[in-house]
Design a protein around this ligand. Structure first.
Ligand code: SAH
Ligand code: SF4
Length: 340
């Protein structure tokens, strides 16, 4: 079924013209889809009745249904969306002071197979469509107690492995006539698929970048992230150093701390040397456990010692709070399910 949210606004204009409608109908549609989302084409009151009837019969308005909302003790909410085929996709709403961040998924499962990640441990099912990515934002907004201020593309899936759909969704999320989020409030996290990363950096849509480094050298990275064999970190670091030198918001490097594997002071010093010449921020993520995973979370003392080394070396270094652990909503704990 036709879903207008699978089209960028530019494509929507063309589609409308191809349907032999006036071009301004695209603006009216965009208003009801993104600015003031309605539940039925019948509520798009400035469209002629005949057109509303036609859309109601032949088009899909929402690609996902909210199936359940789990609330964590710390205020984090996990939203379970049901797809047309009856699979469940998860997004997470994370309140933090003035901020309300939504973490969106881009695939059902993930093909990257990182050893510390529950999503990567599951079978890959399929890419999400642009409409399914954007609908997570539109529908989660109804559950949030305030306006969603930040969007992080850090849920299930590797966004650059679903490049075209993710680019379309990002264009709708950031376009002033669609959802209108500033690029500074939208962060994409990736393991660094080089051709797609290059393309995104050069052609946009502009977003804030986060690179999942997770190790201080290629050997260690390879042993936990198979992607290192195809998309080496040294090449990604070179690309980021060259292309993001003058960015207002430099990239972030994510580093999952795994006890006894990459969390020593020696590892921190090696990481500081590696990133020496880069303008960047470092986000440390103490491992979030899940059943069956051999890794463990480091003690807080070790995490602080690791952070200290980086701060002393001059890097803005943050420890990501583990939010929503009691409902399996923290980084790396998302998964998908078939309908029972
Ligand atoms: N596929 C993308 C985005 C989703 S994963 C990526 O990997 O960047 C988002 C972040 O969660 C990544 O930085 C990843 O390294 C981290 N992560 C995965 N599993 C984790 C776990 N069990 N504990 C803590 N962080 C984890
Ligand atoms: Fe996929 Fe990211 Fe998990 Fe790796 S960490 S398996 S890329 S979701």
């Amino acid at each position: 079924m036709l879903n207008f949210k699978n089209y960028t606004l530019k494509e929507l204009k063309k589609l409308v013209v191809d349907m032999e409608l006036e071009p301004y109908r695209a603006n009216q549609l965009a208003y009801w889809l993104y600015k003031n989302p309605v539940d039925s084409f019948m509520d798009m009151t400035n469209l002629p009745k005949s057109l509303r009837d036609e859309f109601e019969k032949s088009c899909q308005l929402f690609s996902l249904n909210i199936s359940d909302v789990l609330q964590s003790l710390d205020g984090t909410k996990k939203v379970l969306f049901e797809t047309d085929e009856g699979d469940y996709v998860e997004s997470v709403l994370i309140p933090d002071g003035e901020r309300l961040t939504l973490c969106v998924s881009t695939q059902i499962g993930c093909r990257m197979g990182c050893r510390f990640c529950l999503t990567g441990h599951q079978k890959f099912k399929r890419n999400l469509t642009p409409a399914e990515i954007v609908d997570q934002v539109i529908l989660a907004q109804r559950i949030g107690d305030s306006r969603i201020t930040n969007i992080v593309v850090m849920g299930m899936g590797e966004p650059l492995d679903n490049y075209h759909n993710v680019v379309k969704a990002l264009s709708l999320i950031t376009h002033p006539d669609a959802l209108g989020y500033s690029y500074r409030k939208v962060t994409l996290s990736t393991v660094g698929l080089i051709p797609e990363l290059k393309d995104l950096i050069t052609k946009g849509p502009k977003v804030t970048l986060s690179y999942s480094l997770n190790a201080p050298n290629p050997e260690k990275r390879r042993s936990i992230m198979p992607i290192e064999n195809r998309h080496p970190m040294m090449e990604v670091l070179r690309l980021l150093a060259e292309k993001t030198k003058h960015w207002r918001k430099p990239p972030t490097f994510e580093y999952v701390l795994l006890r006894g594997f990459n969390d020593s002071v020696g590892d921190a010093k090696e990481l500081a040397r590696l990133l020496k010449k880069l303008r960047c921020k470092v986000n440390l993520i103490p491992f979030n456990p899940w059943e069956g995973c051999p890794f463990e979370r480091p003690e807080e003392k070790r995490v602080l010692a690791f952070q200290e080394v980086l701060i002393e070396a001059g890097f803005s270094t943050f420890i990501r709070k583990s939010r929503g652990q009691d409902i399996l909503a923290a980084c790396g704990q998302l998964r998908w399910r078939y309908k029972m």
